[in-house]
Write a protein that binds this ligand. Structure first.
Ligand SMILES: [Zn+2]
Ligand SMILES: [Zn+2]
Length: 485
């Protein structure tokens, strides 16, 4: 009996020590050889540079990123990941998984370019291909940095014989194609505990801000054509339907929350004034920082379209073309990401890079951050950005954290020729390496310290509210694979 009690006490003590070790940041952090992780990325720097510059030169737009997707897949496959291509009904989407069991940490990479932004890696406006595409959002660096991070994490897991799963998500068509929404819909994020990702930018900082949920759709009106002078009474104008809808929506602007954004274009208003148009189409975007508020605004826009059809004796059909949630920040993960980014730090320009930066700065307007701020880490800035991204949907399904890396000359806006230009130089590549390293350390910390995932989840549940269930607003529509054709 005595002996038994002694064994029990011993076991209890052992369990307490094991628990303390598992939940003590300092104890487990000591087991991570940060320098080895960073060195493993540095060793492959030349190869990652080549990959990024290839993606940059191909500049493939949404759902047409065939070569870019294949090249990233080849890196992950060579590193021993198990590949699944063409996921979520899209040929260029893929996942790459290594390891098994919990936790499951996801790293997201994007790789689509923007139409019309072709630009040489030079500090003055010069297209490589007239009206061609260019990486104005730096997604070539995004895809490559995330690939590099996933591989570094895999190597660390293998070297340390750790359990758990690292999964890379190759997510196409971020720019308006809603690539991630279809992967969520296919259940590809269902087992993930946290997502780590980056975005190119003009500074190094963990991203603490939210942005705007966005629903977009085409309102198609159908009427009856007739001679506009000879028999107007026999016609029913589809353009009247569009105009009546727009008039009502424009009145509505006064009665929606003031931070709502509604914009439209008339993509078809008929073909000749002497023919009553039997077809007309308005293409709408509506945005707000809270999808649940936006749902109500969108419903009123749809009702305005219905009312317009009724009043003009036309018929209306709506196609919801895309819908993305606002990003749900997770300040616990933002703090952790910031700590890991600080461990990595910023970078100095090469002499050529600095000259390039000085010339680019002359083309930028407004108040600019210091030119040498690439070598520092900015504080995370909470707030609401005015863009929208399909990462928003992921962030309501899985606790998600993102960092911005200085891949562009400080002061450069996204979707600009200056962003494309810097993305093809050492500036883009150095920023990419900062992101790859920071994401690796962040993901490894999530593997070593289970308490982080518990705390991130607590905040996530609290922010989402009770009984929340993520649903896509695209319903069951097929991915718009031809939206850039
Ligand atoms: Zn973009
Ligand atoms: Zn982007």
């Amino acid at each position: 009996m005595r002996k038994h009690t002694g064994n029990l006490q011993c076991l209890q003590r052992f369990l307490l020590v094991a628990l303390a070790l598992a939940f003590s940041g300092s104890a487990s952090a000591q087991t991570v050889d940060t320098n080895a992780v960073l060195a493993s990325i540095d060793q492959k720097a030349a190869s990652y540079r080549d990959v990024a510059l290839k993606l940059w030169s191909w500049a493939e737009v949404g759902y047409q990123e065939k070569q870019s997707s294949e090249l990233l897949q080849a890196q992950l496959q060579a590193a021993g990941f198990t590949m699944a291509g063409g996921v979520g009904e899209r040929p260029t989407a893929f996942t790459a998984t290594w390891g098994s069991g919990k936790p499951v940490i996801g790293i997201i990479g994007e790789f689509d370019a923007l139409p019309g932004l072709s630009q040489a890696a030079e500090p003055n406006r010069k297209a490589v291909v007239e009206n061609g595409a260019g990486h104005g959002c730096g997604h070539h660096l995004f895809g490559t940095a995330s690939t590099a991070a996933a591989i570094a994490v895999k190597e660390w897991l293998a070297a340390n014989k750790r359990g758990g799963t690292i999964r890379f998500y190759g997510t196409p068509a971020e720019e308006g194609g809603g690539g991630k929404v279809y992967m969520l819909r296919a259940g590809l994020f269902d087992d993930v505990d946290a997502v780590v990702t980056m975005h190119p930018g003009d500074r190094n900082a963990a991203s603490a801000s939210s942005n705007l949920a966005n629903i977009s759709g085409k309102f198609r009106f159908r009427g009856v054509s007739a001679h506009a002078a000879g028999a107007p009474h026999r016609g029913r104008s589809a353009l009247d339907g569009v105009e009546a809808m727009n008039a009502m929506v424009n009145l509505m602007r006064e009665h929606v929350p003031s931070d709502t954004r509604i914009h439209y274009v008339i993509t078809n208003g008929g073909s000749a004034p002497n023919v009553v148009p039997d077809f007309a189409e308005a293409y709408y975007y509506a945005r707000h920082n809270d999808m649940r508020v936006l749902d109500g605004i969108w419903e009123r826009i749809v009702n305005a379209a219905r009312g317009a059809a009724l009043g003009t004796d036309t018929r209306m059909e709506l196609e919801v073309t895309n819908a993305v949630w606002n990003v749900l920040p997770n300040s616990y993960l933002v703090d952790l990401m910031q700590q890991n980014l600080r461990k990595v730090g910023g970078y100095e320009y090469t002499p050529v890079g600095r000259q390039f930066a000085e010339t680019i700065r002359k083309t930028l307007e407004g108040e600019l951050p210091p030119i040498d701020s690439t070598n520092s880490v900015f504080a995370p800035e909470p707030g609401v950005g005015n863009a929208s991204t399909d990462l928003g949907d992921v962030s309501w399904r899985v606790p998600t954290v993102q960092l911005s890396a200085a891949t562009w000359v400080p002061g450069t806006p996204a979707h600009s020729w200056q962003a494309v230009a810097a993305g093809g130089t050492s500036i883009g590549i150095k920023g990419m390496m900062v992101a790859a390293k920071s994401m690796s350390l962040m993901a490894i910390e999530l593997f070593t310290e289970p308490a982080h995932l518990v705390k991130a989840r607590e905040e996530f549940d609290k922010r989402r509210g009770p009984n929340f269930k993520y649903t896509s607003r695209t319903a069951d529509r097929k991915p718009p694979l031809d939206y850039r054709k």
